[in-house]
Design a protein around this ligand. Structure first.
Ligand code: SF4
Length: 297
């Protein structure tokens, strides 16, 4: 008899859960509701909300809209989005995550109050990611984005540096980047280092290790574009080489479960619990004599 367990600590983080329920509430009111970018980095959830009427647009399409309702997702937006909305009489339904808004404020404050124009504001994050674009906007696009420690050579270590992080980057990577920059600072230049990683992601890491070790095989469910999905899956893989990342139930394959008695299902902060439950059901149909452990969420 094989057992399937869904990780009780997986499921959407509070920022994403809050955005999804806000969108559902607004959609119930009827009329068109536009969303800039995918509401969540999870195609299946995007499609579910699209069926309810949510229209996903990009920034170019947003600029052309007038007199409509536009939804802002948890990642947050740069100041230019709010300016365009005001100009075009657009009603914004702002579901930016409070954690992201707090980070935007800190970056903006540092930018406005920096001691001299030479201070380099550096963001450890993914270039082009919506949250990072929102942060860049707080600095009039002047912040420097570093994706990994290999990119720090573009910094001028003889001038002040202030380092922030995208909320979903890995803690160890951030620490490494911070330590390296610190070791290369020159003269009187000041280095400030702010750990702005969201604990909704990093606090899941120790649990992921334990969960991954506990099972023979791990099925990690995440959207293809999910940054924290990549981070958390890497943590699973570190502790259980029989870990697979899937984006939809169609990717399940019987070979994944050959002679595996204990199957664990977990996911990213953008993966709703209902998707993991659906995956568990599919596996129980695929593998005879499988039992889904009842969990109290
Ligand atoms: S991971 Fe953290 S910062 Fe990002 S949406 Fe979730 S709660 Fe907000």
């Amino acid at each position: 008899m094989s057992k399937i367990e869904i990780d009780k600590q997986s499921g959407t983080c509070f920022g994403v859960a809050r955005a999804i329920s806000r969108a559902e509430e607004e959609l119930k009111k009827g009329g068109p509701l536009y969303c800039i970018g995918d509401i969540v980095h999870n195609n299946i959830e995007v499609e579910r909300l699209a069926k309810m009427g949510l229209i996903t647009i990009n920034h170019e399409e947003f600029k052309k809209l007038k007199n409509v309702r536009v939804f802002l997702r948890a990642h947050g937006e740069p100041p230019s989005t709010y300016e365009i909305a005001k100009k075009n009489n657009i009603e914004l339904i702002d579901a930016s995550c409070p954690v992201v808004l707090g980070l935007q404020k800190r970056v903006k404050k540092k930018y406005v109050m920096r001691d001299n124009d030479d201070t380099q504001i550096v963001i450890y994050g993914k270039k082009g990611h919506a949250e990072v674009n929102g942060l860049l906007g707080q600095t009039d696009e002047s912040a420097i984005i570093i994706e990994s420690k290999d990119e720090i050579d573009i910094l001028d270590f003889s001038k002040n540096i202030t380092l922030f992080s995208q909320t979903t980057k890995p803690l160890d990577g951030f620490q490494e980047v911070g330590d390296l920059i610190k070791s290369r600072m020159q003269g009187d230049a000041v280095f400030e280092f702010y750990d702005t990683i969201c604990r909704q992601v990093s606090n899941r890491v120790p649990n992921m290790h334990e969960f991954a070790q506990k099972h023979d095989v791990i099925i990690f469910v995440a959207g293809e574009k999910s940054s924290n999905g990549k981070v958390l899956f890497a943590e699973c893989k570190k502790h259980n080489p029989n870990s697979y990342i899937i984006h939809s139930p169609e990717q399940l394959n019987e070979k994944m479960f050959n002679e595996k008695d204990s199957i664990g299902i977990c996911g990213a902060t953008s993966t709703p619990m209902w998707q993991m439950e659906e995956i568990a059901q599919r596996i129980s149909v695929m593998i005879p004599k499988t039992e889904i452990e009842k969990a109290t969420f």
